[in-house]
Design a binder for this molecule. Structure first.
Ligand SMILES: Cc1cc2nc3c(=O)[nH]c(=O)nc-3n(C[C@H](O)[C@H](O)[C@H](O)COP(=O)(O)OP(=O)(O)OC[C@H]3O[C@@H](n4cnc5c(N)ncnc54)[C@H](O)[C@@H]3O)c2cc1C
Length: 423
């Protein structure tokens, strides 16, 4: 491994690849240190293997999907936007398509094509990639920083790399199988950074007495209302899926950030599932009356058999048994309530092993938003999920990684090039 470089980038995910590309494009000598044997292991599993690369919404509509404070991302987004990543990928030969919800995918629908395109382009612009290289720590040096790298498949050989600037793009804690170990947080702490408590976000929520018959059922055009300590805090419409983890799918994920944060504070978390959000209470009453007439039945005379026949007109067949089990006293009068607000007490959530993203991390206030540079050390930069910055599902998280990575790479390059004696 080379001993010196202008810029060392730790982590070859979306953020690290983009940081390395931007720094190398500006003429810097860049070494990308990746502990896996290839880059973009997490990119390869995104979007169920299809990779929802970004979202085409303009900043004003993009920002509400970014947490905890979107303003921190603004400079990075304008430096390298959703349009920029699409243009870059198209330029290097990867065609993209826009689908429902302004979500952008590779035309091939293969996530692997995205990671391979970016890795190939990084190498093409001169980034030197060290694979199987686990960065143990980073220490200040005169005029730079020193990375200590271990090569686990080579008798635990360690080597040192001196860089004038280091970009930490090690990701968060979610899906550890992709290489996420939280080392970036340790590096941040070593430089005196504090950390915003991390927690899994975009994850499944487990209800009390969860009925296994629900597993595998997917619902479209439904709504979820989230209650924390009985206060309504979030309302979302869309698609929902029941899995071994409980309630997930786009809707479950969207409410999970606030739900998990509340569970961690030991607050009472409840969900109300509206199976008919397109109908007002009155419209639903009328619809039930019409269906009952067709069944030659009235609310008063609604017995178990006719109830099942009625439910068949209102929900997917597989949902009927769990719905009836959850509402043992169901009758013609309380049916609209049950359909509009199927209540669930949430008692747990899936952890990092299957959470899409890690919330929390290196505090926004300890980084300079215009450069992604650390306020603790002027040669240290952070990018991607390691920062206290996360998004909803829909391509927001990869865009956060691309934007912050690109800005960190460009800023580190500007700093290093300014210091270099001109030829
Ligand atoms: C199942 C799943 C599906 C997802 N789908 C989408 C989607 O469709 N759209 C979307 O926008 N977002 C999606 N996300 C979220 C998105 O993938 C992440 O937010 C994004 O990849 C974060 O990029 P990153 O570069 O910050 O971190 P990562 O992609 O985690 O990359 C970090 C890299 O650093 C390396 N590393 C860590 N520590 C060290 C070390 N000490 N030394 C050397 N290397 C190290 C790791 O091996 C890894 O390659 C999904 C996430 C998951 C888990």
């Amino acid at each position: 491994m080379q001993r010196k470089c202008d810029i060392a980038v730790i982590g070859g995910g979306a953020a690290g690849l983009m940081a390395a590309i931007q720094a190398a494009e500006r003429g810097c000598d860049v070494v990308l240190l990746e502990k896996n044997s290839f880059c973009g292991k997490k990119i390869n599993i995104t979007g169920k293997g299809r990779c929802n690369i970004t979202n085409t919404r303009p900043w004003d509509e993009f920002a509400p999907h970014v947490h905890p404070v979107a303003a921190f991302l603004r400079n990075a987004f304008y430096h390298f936007s959703n349009e920029s990543i699409i243009a870059l990928l198209n330029r290097i030969g990867l065609e993209t398509v826009v689908e429902r919800g302004e979500r952008v995918y590779p035309k091939s629908m293969r996530a692997r094509d995205v990671s391979q395109a970016l890795t190939g382009y990084a190498e093409q612009v001169g980034v030197h990639i060290e694979f199987n290289c686990d960065v143990l720590h980073v220490r200040p040096q005169e005029n730079g920083l020193r990375c200590t790298c271990a090569f686990p498949d080579s008798n635990l050989r360690t080597e040192l790399l001196d860089a004038r600037a280091v970009i930490v793009a090690t990701g968060g804690l979610s899906y550890p199988s992709t290489g996420a170990t939280g080392r970036g947080y340790e590096i941040a702490r070593d430089f005196g950074h504090s950390l915003v408590d991390t927690f899994p976000s975009l994850t499944a929520l487990m209800p009390e007495r969860f009925d296994p018959d629900l597993i595998g059922i997917e619902l479209k055009n439904v709504a979820l209302q989230l209650y924390v300590d009985r206060d309504s805090v979030q309302y979302e419409e869309g698609e929902l899926a029941f899995t071994e983890g409980g309630i997930e799918g786009a809707l479950g994920f969207r409410v999970s950030r606030k739900a998990v944060a509340a569970l961690r504070k030991k607050q009472r978390v409840e969900l109300a599932l509206d199976l008919k959000p397109g109908l007002s209470r009155e419209q639903l009453e009328n619809r039930i009356t019409r269906e009952l007439e067709a069944l030659h039945c009235t609310r008063a005379s609604l017995g178990p058999l006719k109830m099942k026949a009625l439910l068949r007109t209102l929900m997917p067949e597989r949902l009927i048994t769990p719905f009836l089990a959850a509402h043992p006293n169901l009758n013609g009068q309380n049916l609209p309530d049950a359909l509009k607000a199927w209540r669930w007490r949430i008692i747990n959530h899936t952890g990092y092993e299957r959470a899409v993203v890690t919330a929390g991390g290196v505090p926004q206030s300890e980084l300079i938003a215009k450069t992604m540079r650390s306020r603790q050390n002027d040669r240290l930069y952070f990018a991607g999920e390691v920062i206290d910055l996360d998004g909803d599902t829909g391509g927001y998280n990869l865009q956060i990684a691309f934007s912050t990575g690109a800005l960190a790479g460009a800023s580190a390059a500007a700093q290093v090039l300014k210091e270099k004696p001109s030829a």
